[in-house]
Write a protein that binds this ligand. Structure first.
Ligand SMILES: Nc1ncnc2c1ncn2[C@@H]1O[C@H](COP(=O)(O)OP(=O)(O)OP(=O)(O)O)[C@@H](O)[C@H]1O
Length: 210
């Protein structure tokens, strides 16, 4: 579980109190610029709050080693990086970064299936379309098999039908493994269909505190 206590970041975020449960699909919604990505980055220790504390499984993130934390909590950025090389290399690189054993070909192929990417492992990743790159990056974090996924609009470049299939598959697998997800989404349909817990972030208005 994540727990936030009086967290402030510049004039972007002020969260007095928030709990984000384990083994749950949490959808994070709110207007553009409300600070959703900023919040996810704080949960992954890419940013630190100016004030207040964030706890993960009761441990204060201020005292945690970011590299260690990211073995348990993996973030998929809004514009994920695709590296020069093959699809195989792009899948394995998440495991290299988190110092995990590389996966067998069969597991890599299964990950591609989950995200509906019908390409060969030897294909060049850089020639993929925007939506295909997004799915490749989602397959990469899937293989990292963390306790908690932080997904920043993971399927924003996909058409509605593919989006639902990919998210549906991903969530099914996460549920089987009792993993937790926080997902930023602009799709009301996705939030309604898959969100077990809904978090709404509002923009801080002038004069408003929290
Ligand atoms: N490091 C930073 N320093 C200053 N301002 C920042 C920083 N990071 C983000 N911002 C600003 O904070 C606000 C919130 O940004 P953020 O990306 O968290 O919003 P969001 O809710 O994820 O938006 P969107 O739905 O458009 O992706 C924006 O106005 C952004 O320009």
């Amino acid at each position: 579980m994540f727990e936030l206590k009086d967290v402030r970041y510049k004039d972007i975020l002020h969260i007095k109190s928030m709990k984000i449960p384990d083994k749950t699909i949490t959808c994070l919604v709110g207007e553009s610029g409300a600070g959703k990505s900023t919040l996810l980055k704080m949960l992954n220790i890419m940013l630190s709050p100016d004030h207040g504390d964030i706890y993960y499984q009761k441990n204060n993130l201020k005292l945690q080693d970011p590299i260690q934390h990211r073995r348990h909590v993996v973030m998929l950025a809004q514009q994920p990086t695709i590296f020069e090389g093959t699809i195989r290399e792009n899948l394995q690189i998440g495991l290299v970064f988190s110092e995990q054993k590389l996966k067998e070909e069969q597991e890599l192929e299964e990950a591609l299936k989950i995200v509906h990417l019908s390409k060969l492992l030897n294909d060049d990743a850089e020639t993929l379309s925007g939506g295909e790159k997004q799915r490749l990056a989602l397959a990469r974090v899937y293989l990292m098999n963390p306790e908690f996924f932080l997904l920043d609009e993971p399927t924003s470049a996909l058409d509605e039908e593919t989006e639902e299939e990919v998210i549906g598959n991903f969530i099914k697998k996460a549920k089987e493994k009792e993993q937790s997800i926080i997902m930023i989404t602009h799709s009301q349909k996705i939030a309604e269909k898959y969100g077990e817990n809904l978090l709404l972030l509002n923009k801080i208005e002038e004069g408003q505190d929290g």
